[in-house]
Design a binder for this molecule. Sequence first.
Ligand SMILES: *Cc1c(COP(=O)(O)O)cnc(C)c1O
Length: 225
Amino acid sequence: MDQTTQHAPYAPLETVRAEIARAAAIAGHDAAEIALVAVSKTHEAPAIRPLLAAGQRVFGENRVQEAAAKWPALREEYAGIALHLVGSLQSNKAEEAAAFFDCIHSLDRPKLVSALARAFDKVGRQVPCFVQVDVGEEPQKGGCPVAELPALLAAARAAEVPVVGLMCVPPAGIEPAPFFAFLDKLAADHGLSGRSMGMSGDFATAIMLGATHVRVGTALFGARG
Ligand SMILES: *Cc1c(COP(=O)(O)O)cnc(C)c1O
């Protein structure tokens, strides 16, 4: 099957796309420029195929191992799939991640900059990265402390690791908008165009505040088991 095949509509995807379009229109942004990353972690191929059949091609996973087990077969069935790593990455898995993923949303420390720089050299491809920022001061979630962001970006530049934007996961249970607005400003201050922010519960808000990439799981796949 390829992109020229007729798409079979899939209601949750249509709903999410309509919400993206609505939020983008309110904010005066072009909906076509907002990437929907369908976060398929924990879901197996039978749950993923309806999205592929409906034309979705960008997917997010949070574990290198799980993604490597389930995506090679789907990549043979459907052309043009892009896989984004949205979960934290251990340095010792940098090479596998560099070979497998098309975008990494979780660059958050100097050690990972050097591991990825080596991995990109070794596998012969440069994978675009978002720097994950710990906007809520929750170190257990990963993310670079705000105060250390300039140094991390400088290290990435020096190592020629391509940084395309900033990413955040705001604290659960409180209003996320101030965190999205903060990430948007941080990205602008550093001259970065990408903002990976917004999940099932808040992607419309994130888009109104400048998201270029929204990472949506539950709203597309239902609750994870
Ligand atoms: C799981 C996950 C998502 C998707 O969350 P939902 O609430 O299911 O949409 C987004 N971003 C990251 C980093 C995740 O781990």
